[in-house]
Design a binder for this molecule. Structure first.
Ligand code: PGA
Length: 246
């Protein structure tokens, strides 16, 4: 049985006072039956680490450089994330693919850089609405995942995958549990074929997960938890979602 994982993706939200309030509510709501983590803006990592250090809650970043170090102004290396105690880093979020032109190859290189420093990449894949309507969902997510599998080779089983249909992110439009499960099953089969360990790997669902739909999504056979955007910023909602992952 795979243990569930719920990860908050704060995106470019938060402030010192708001973070302190949110994290203290989260700390107070423990214990959870699932693993819980928050991926915060990089400037808040040190404080988040200090706040959560004595708990079983984990933290992570939202992006990482594919390079180890060097003249890459503005970038943050996996080694730096590791120094901040990051357990996770999100790679290939659709907002980075769309707004920063990140290619499948770059996402794969970022995932590799993270793993090399012991930070688990949460690799996001997902189709746009146009791709879904054109019947391309399976081809798109498999292509995105296969770039990562190819790059990581024997380490591919160490990643977490997040299926996030682009049309469901921040739109209030959630994939139905059946739609999500169908894609998760495809991804698990691909992971199993490539690594032989697909049955043990976690595949999260992301895209307008809320307290009222979380339990049904998490009840699907191949959905191992969620990557939560908007709802992770509201303590009561995020706590309810964490509790729905039993
Ligand atoms: P959402 O975002 O929950 O606000 O739809 C999910 C994500 O982008 O990770």
């Amino acid at each position: 049985m795979r243990r569930k994982l719920v990860v908050g993706n704060w995106k470019m939200h938060g402030s010192r006072p708001a973070n302190a309030e949110l994290l203290s509510a989260l700390i107070g709501a423990r214990p959870f039956a699932a693993d819980v983590a928050v991926c915060v803006p990089a400037v808040f990592l040190t404080e988040t680490a200090a706040t959560l250090a004595s708990t079983e809650l984990r933290w992570g970043a939202q992006d990482v450089s594919p390079h180890e170090q060097g003249a890459y102004t503005g970038e943050i290396s996996a080694g730096m994330l590791a120094e901040c105690g990051c357990r996770y880093v999100i790679t290939g979020h659709s907002e980075r693919r769309a707004f920063h032109g990140e290619s499948d190859l770059l996402v794969a290189q970022k995932a590799k850089a993270a793993l090399a420093r012991g930070v688990t990449p949460i690799v996001c894949v997902g189709e746009t609405l146009a791709q879904r309507e054109a019947g391309e969902t399976e081809a798109v997510v498999k292509r995105q995942l296969s770039a990562v599998i190819h790059q990581l080779a024997h380490c591919a089983s160490e990643i977490v995958v997040a299926y996030e249909p682009v049309w469901a992110i921040g739109t209030g439009r959630t994939a139905t549990p059946e739609q999500a499960q169908a894609v998760h099953a495809i991804l698990r089969a691909q992971l199993q074929a490539a690594t032989g360990r697909g049955e043990a790997m976690k595949i999260l669902y992301g895209g307008s997960v809320k307290p009222d739909n979380a339990a049904t999504l998490f009840a699907q056979a191949d959905i191992d938890g969620g990557l939560i955007g908007g709802a992770s910023l509201k303590a009561a909602d995020f706590i309810a979602i964490c509790r729905a992952a039993a």
